[in-house]
Write a protein that binds this ligand. Structure first.
Ligand SMILES: C[S@@+](CC[C@H](N)C(=O)[O-])C[C@H]1O[C@@H](n2cnc3c(N)ncnc32)[C@H](O)[C@@H]1O
Length: 253
C-alpha cells in the first residue's frame, strides 16, 4: 500500500479529530503573530481543512487564508465543510505553491514534512512565497516520539519505518536555514492523552496514520488482531498516548 490520502479522505476527520493539543498549538502560534487586512496565511498540506478552518475563524475575516494540498479527495472534503467559502482551496504541492513571490505572511506545515521526499526544495518554496518578516511554522513528531509511539508494541516495524520519515530537529533546523530562513526557533512539547481502546481499534482498521499503510500486510493483520483480542477481553480499556512534538518557527529576513 502507499501513503496516498485519497482513500482515507472521507473518514479522515472522524479518525483524526482535532485534539485539545492541536487547538492549543494553533492558539499559541497565532498569539505570536499580528495579522491584518493585507495579510495572507497559507496551510501547506491542508488536507481536509481540519486546522485550516479553525485557523480561518481565528485570524478574522480580513485575513486571506489559502489551503494547498495535492490530494483532490482531501480538498473535496475541505470544500464541503467550508460552507461560507472562508478559505481558498488550491490543488498544489509543497514543491510548487500556487502563490506569488513574497505574498504570504504566515505559512503552516502540520504533519506534512514526513511525507516529503524533497524537504529542502519544499522549504525553499515556502521561503519564496513568504514576505520579508514572514514566518513558516512546521509541526512534526520528534524521533523520540517515533521510538516510544504507543502502537509500536503491536506493530514492531512502525519505529523502523518512521525513523527514516521523521528526521531529527537539528536536521530540519539546518535545512530551513539552508533554504534561506534567517532565524529558526524550536519548541518541543509533550502531550499525553488517554484513548479508548475501541476508538484505537477503529483508527487502526481505518489505517489512520500513513505508516499503517506501509507495514507488511501480515504484521498489520496480526497487530490489529492483538488489539481486537484485547478489546474483546476488556471493552473499557484505555491506552495512553504520549506525543512528542517539535514546533519549528522559521522567519524570513
Ligand atoms: C497527515 S495529513 C495532514 C493534513 C493537515 N495538515 C492536518 O493536520 O489535518 C498530510 C497531508 O499532506 C498532504 N501532502 C502529501 N504530500 C504533499 C506534498 N508533496 N505537498 C503538500 N502536501 C502534501 C497529503 O495529501 C495530506 O493531505
Amino acid at each position: 500500500m502507499s501513503e496516498s490520502f485519497s482513500e482515507i479522505a472521507p473518514v479522515y476527520d472522524a479518525l483524526r479529530p482535532l485534539s485539545a493539543g492541536d487547538r492549543a498549538r494553533l492558539d499559541d502560534m497565532l498569539a505570536q503573530v499580528v495579522l491584518g487586512p493585507d495579510d495572507l496565511v497559507v496551510e501547506i498540506g491542508c488536507g481536509t481543512g481540519r486546522l485550516t478552518l479553525p485557523l480561518g475563524r481565528a485570524v478574522g475575516e480580513n485575513v486571506r487564508v489559502v489551503g494547498v494540498d495535492p490530494e483532490e479527495k482531501m480538498l473535496e472534503v475541505a470544500r464541503r465543510k467550508d460552507l461560507g467559502g472562508r478559505v481558498v482551496w488550491r490543488q498544489g504541492t509543497a514543491y510548487k505553491l500556487p502563490l506569488e513571490d513574497g505574498s504570504a505572511s504566515l505559512a503552516l506545515m502540520v504533519m506534512v514534512v514526513h511525507l516529503l521526499r524533497r524537504r529542502p526544495s519544499a522549504f525553499r518554496e515556502a521561503h519564496r512565497v513568504l514576505r520579508i518578516g514572514g514566518r513558516l511554522s512546521v509541526w512534526t513528531f520528534t524521533p523520540g516520539h517515533v521510538a516510544r509511539f504507543y502502537l509500536n508494541e503491536y506493530f514492531p516495524s512502525i519505529p523502523v519505518i518512521d525513523a527514516v520519515r521523521f528526521p531529527s530537529i537539528s536536521v530540519l533546523q539546518r535545512e530551513l536555514e539552508k533554504a534561506g530562513f534567517a532565524k529558526v526557533s524550536v519548541e518541543e512539547r509533550v502531550e499525553r492523552s488517554e484513548l479508548d481502546l475501541a476508538a484505537v481499534v477503529d483508527r487502526v482498521r481505518g489505517r489512520y496514520i500513513s505508516t499503517l499503510s506501509l507495514l507488511p500486510p501480515l504484521e498489520y493483520r496480526q497487530g490489529l488482531q492483538r488489539l481486537e483480542e484485547l478489546l474483546a477481553e476488556e471493552h473499557e480499556r484505555k491506552l495512553v498516548q504520549r506525543s512528542e512534538w517539535a514546533i519549528l518557527t522559521a522567519t524570513t529576513q
